[in-house]
Design a protein around this ligand. Sequence first.
Ligand code: ADP
Ligand code: ZN
Length: 722
Amino acid sequence: MYAQVIVDIAHSQVDRVFEYSCPESVKVGCRVKVPFGGRIIDGFVIKITETCSVSADKVKPINSVFDELPALVPECFSLMERISSRYRVPKAASLRLFVPSEMRLGKVREAYKNFVLLKDADLKLIKSAKRQAEAIAYLSENGECELSVLAEKFGRNAVAALEKKGAVAIEKRRIMRTPEMGGAKEEPKILTAAQKEAIASIENSDKCVQLIHGVTGSGKTEIYLNVIADQIKKGKTAIFLVPEISLTPQMLSQLRARFKGEAAILHSGLSAGERFDEWWRLRSGEAKIAIGARSAVFAPLENLGAIIIDEEHDSSYVSESSPRYSTLDIARWRAEYNGCKLILGSATPSVESFLKAEKGEYNLITLPERINKKPLPEIIIADMRREVKRGNNSAFSLALREELDSTLKSGNQAIIFLNRRGYSQTVICRDCGYVAKCENCDVTLTYHSEDNCLKCHYCGARYKMLEACPECGGRHVRYSGTGTQRVVAELKELFPAAEILRMDNDTVSGKDGHYKILSAFSRHKADILVGTQMIAKGHDFPSVTLVGILDADMSLHFSDYRSGERTFQLITQVSGRSGRAGQKGKVVLQTYSPENYILRYAINYDYYGFFKNEISVRMATSFPPFSLICRVMVTSDSDALAVEALRGVYCSVEELRSRSPEKFLFLNRMHSPIKRLQGKYRYQVLMRLTDFELVSAIYDIAVANTTSDVLCYVEENPANLS
Ligand code: ADP
Ligand code: ZN
């Protein structure tokens, strides 16, 4: 027999199949060790054949086989082809996605324990062997026992003596390291009419992709869980994806209570051993539901019955390292392969997804009301320009202070939200709300302190930093924003009796750092939680009745064509944290541009109005989804080599453009806004394309210009252009 092997070297030069002879026990999907170029390296068997294309005496044998059960399910090979061709990565790089990294590097192995089994309970023992007799009595009463436990109780010698006499047998067995998921309490819910309708609509739809647009608290999670349970009943499996940050202990214990051992969790908070075992539980068929963040889309499940992506608009669903895949793409391919449904859910779908639903490509399911018709919180706008005029220079408007006061007095909790992302990059006039924008692109400019100027990230244009506001002449022009630390300090002064928790990148340490803070807050260990994006979604805190959004503008004016969309999403998500249980919630939204249409739609929870407006703006300006923004990044330790590669990339793209200029709305090469990062020089070729097919040619160009010293890679509609 011969095995076709992909060697685990992600390099284009060895990106093909190599042949080895192998014993019959080797199966497709096994990981093997093979001799390669004088070394022994890992590989994946992708095919077994009777014959071999080279002469038999030249073929080397496989060195060894890793797994009895092949690590790769058959579907991997079809996905490998699609991923490698779509994102132009070697096949080995695609296959790596399917195997946990700790397993690939051989760092983690199965865990075993020894168990003692009773063989002969009637063994005659001499009188003095008291402890041996006790051990036998213990085993006949309690059944088999872990060796270490038995040895602890009756002594190692006694157990060894019994084994020698054949009274007991010691057996080495694989054990599973299962992550702790907290105490489980879960009452089965009777589905509402809306939930039943949604489930029926999914079942009866002939479309692959289902988009559930349901306001926060409309019971989407319950729908997902029912769909999963139905599929499990039918003997199928399921994948349930959420943003990493939503994998809260709350959610995990809810899932554990519902699905017990049938669910396996894959997330970064697990130990390597736990992740390894959870993965094997899925692969072996013991667990049937994979729950996790982005990478769980590669879960080793066969016979998928449903794939669910919650908060489908979340930017964490795009991989930040090679291959820069979109989780929605992979999920859709898997759904097509398995003939199952892909269910996307969000209170604020991405405009791209919603457009597809409107055009009929996706089945749209709408849940306009919260469970029990609980009202959505009222959103009050606080005009910060007026606060400045009043002489209030603090981070808190009068309205927010008053609301905080009454919330604390009534014994409820509040969340104060700050936007870290736009922090100190946007230039805003604190008198009139004017924001500096690019004349060519109509996107917000970003302040760059290193050369004290304003830059447009979409066309590279530079502008002088403003001394005064061009609209009103005011001198309060700032690239401002307030840090969490300052906010906490101010809060302490305003409300000395209140307990305050802070959650941002500085306070969250360790793998479960943010769980600890959230769980303390949900147990009411504090009155106010101050935080950034991290607190925006997924959490259910029953006694939160007030949410303060300090700087809604910061994301509104972030220099990204999606900033309007992001702002709408953020306000909706953050507001959704308020008034989830019995009491009505409130939201105070502070802004310098209260008349902005995005905010207007957001405070009225008018997603559809927002969508209509946003999509017409995108169409008018030819931004995605009506075009594709493509950036080829060129990075290197050497400035000269980077510049040379940049020239190469640009020339090739320029050649493409000369053949079909109508396909390019924009093309330029430039320094990246951040010129140097982690010692690497950064350049880019930025383009806006009308023809989506062109992207594969761009990938080819990036691959062709990559050398051992210069890395070139493609980003599609990057979330961040810095
Ligand atoms: P979403 O995911 O849409 O934000 P959730 O699924 O978190 O909403 O549901 C919001 C709240 O409603 C949760 O506390 C949930 O336990 C509760 N809930 C969901 N479905 C039902 C139901 N059928 N009956 C009673 N309570 C429900
Ligand atoms: Zn511009």
